[in-house]
Design a protein around this ligand. Sequence first.
Ligand code: GDP
Length: 454
Amino acid sequence: DEDFDVLSTVTDDPNAIQYLPAVPVIAIVGRPNVGKSALVNRILGRREAVVEDTPGVTRDRVAYKGDWNERKFSLVDTGGWEPDAKGIDASVAAQAEIAIDLSDLVMFVVDANVGPTSTDEAVVRMLRKSGKPVFLIANKVDDVRQEPEAASLWSLGLGQPWPVSALHGRGVADLLDEILKVLPEISAVAKQEIGGPRRVAILGRPNVGKSSLLNKVVGEERVVVNSLAGTTRDPVDEQVELGGKVWRFVDTAGIRRRVHLAQGADFYASLRTSAALEKAEVAVVLLDVTEVISEQDIRVIDLVIESGRALVLAFNKWDQIDDDRRRYLEREIEQDLAHVSWAPRVNISALTGRHMEKLVPALELALESWDTRIATGKFNAFLAELAAAHPHPVRGGKQPRILFGTQASSRPPTFVVFTTGFLDPGYRRYIQRRLRELYGFEGSPINLSMRVRE
Ligand code: GDP
């Protein structure tokens, strides 16, 4: 669709997940060099079937939209960090742990020409214990003569090995057909229960105080176990009563049971962040006021915006701040966080409990904005007023006009504007700015798309 343009979308990757609430999640796990990325590319139908295997590369984006025979799923590539020989066991164990927590089905990839290694066997034990459906993929079976090699993988006790060639595509279609027979229609891990407790993710780079905050929240309040009859609670989530309401903190296992890896920790942190965002409606991003705002902090914030979830910024360790630091922090916020000036900010101390009571109102405000719907009549009155006060500049002898608009969806609020020509990016930003001036939308990203009518 040439004339369709999503303004607030930061991502440059068409396969990146924007908002896939209940789509089942498939995780791909395996040792380095078994061909995980090649398989991901093959399944996504990307043209570049050959994969650059740059060791140690950290990728921010790990979850991709996929589909097969009109069924949608998200594909999580856990192999973004390729460790050195010493780190392999830890890396593969971490992949398996994350896959088990956060996916509905695991594709466990083994190089058929190498056969199972002791690392593979350890992972197999973890996967078998998890009870999740596992497909054992024997990769690099480029022709029929290699199939006996694949058959030797029966010994892993994961059932039938699936011989494929990720590089040439051999066997992949049959494999996907079989996977779809087993894959649930609706994800059990990213399940969205309408009317259930609101789902909160606690995010932030290592050591900002995530587990301290979780302990404060969970420890002092009553942990509600199975408070809702008939709902299956994900074991990696925790339900807590705060401010008279039950909240669900998602993927708390990712906070409690931290992956201890010297290298690659960044990669696993962003894997967890992406996965937690899939399940969450609102994210609390923690920042440590004793340190300068870093690129890593901004990356976490940008992941939240890209995911379209509501956002609250919590400045933690406020018990440690002095006047100098406070002044400098204000400047940093102006410079580095200008693009999220709409997010509510709370200054807390997870250690002393300072201002913890401000967290719930901030979450509620952000969620209220996220849920907001503006009636079409009201939105069109807004657009007419805006265009009268500040018409679009003439471009090449033409002046694009706004015909009408509507709010296509909420969570987050997404507006579609029909026009007679392409609106300047500056003008689209102006519309967004005015929307926020009028309606606030504190704590929620908003999307504005445009459709040009000839
Ligand atoms: P995580 O990696 O984000 O889970 O961070 P932790 O919760 O493990 O906290 C990292 C370190 O910061 C620990 O030593 C905490 O005791 C300390 N910490 C966390 N919150 C606060 C706070 O509000 N004030 C102070 N002074 N220290 C804190």
